[in-house]
Design a protein around this ligand. Structure first.
Ligand SMILES: [Zn+2]
Length: 236
């Protein structure tokens, strides 16, 4: 009897410590929010400096934004451009992992899983913007904590786009359109520096003309910005 009691007494504090630690981690992740998730994501992650993950926004049943009276779908534009960015980076000797390379559904969680598993050094999610008003030009979204490498990536891509004559006056934004302390899922859950790039407005005839007419140059500029960032991050 005595022995049993001893064992029992020993297990209670151990179980209590376990439960308290577990609840603290869960509480931090859900309430502590963006900062905790961000730092937990960095743990045990060693990226491959020659690998990049490109994420064509939307796909399959998710059309994204539409333009030209509903005939033009964001998911097709993002895939077209992303494949050219992939080709350009591959030509330069980089390994490129795509979250999708056909018109298929993939969840936001699935996209992050592909990126994290690939050990990519950078993650770029390509989208097209939309408004019922008069919006035009490119903009970049990065994590709300404004990490320096994420900002570098966003600024390098914008600078390259500006060099080819794209309107980049909308600049770099942190967080999420509907809340500065929130984040786009792909920025929140990717372990490497990431950018959600809005490449012009699908609702703007001018942006669409530039997108179609200069898609090769757009891809090259995005690849330039990515490559510049990788070289700077690796101190070259
Ligand atoms: Zn989108």
């Amino acid at each position: 009897m005595k022995k049993k009691h001893k064992q029992f007494n020993f297990l209670i504090p151990l179980a209590a410590i376990f439960v308290i630690t577990l609840s603290a981690v869960i509480a931090l992740m859900s309430v502590g929010g963006e900062e905790t998730v961000y730092y937990l994501n960095q743990l045990n992650f060693t990226p491959d400096p020659k690998t990049v993950c490109i994420d064509p926004g939307h796909g399959g049943t998710s059309s994204g934004a539409t333009g030209e009276g509903g005939k033009r779908l964001e998911k097709n534009d993002t895939l077209r451009l992303s494949l050219l960015v992939r080709d350009e980076l591959q030509k330069r000797g980089y390994t490129v992992v795509m979250t999708r390379d056909t018109d298929t559904d993939i969840s936001l969680e699935g996209r992050c899983k592909v990126a994290n598993k690939s050990k990519a050094a950078l993650f770029v999610s390509i989208h097209r913007n939309s408004t019922s008003g008069k919006g035009q030009g490119c903009e970049m979204w990065i994590h709300s904590l404004n990490p320096s490498d994420d900002r570098l990536l966003a600024e390098n891509i914008l600078q390259s786009l500006e060099n080819m004559g794209v309107d980049t006056s909308r600049g770099v934004h942190t967080g999420y359109r509907e809340g500065a302390n929130k984040n786009y899922y792909v920025n929140r859950c990717s372990k490497m520096p990431s950018v959600l790039a809005e490449i012009g407005f699908i609702s703007s005839a001018e942006d669409n003309a530039q997108f179609d007419g200069k898609i090769g140059d757009l891809a090259m500029s995005i690849a330039d910005g990515i490559e510049m960032t990788l070289l700077e991050m690796n101190g070259e």
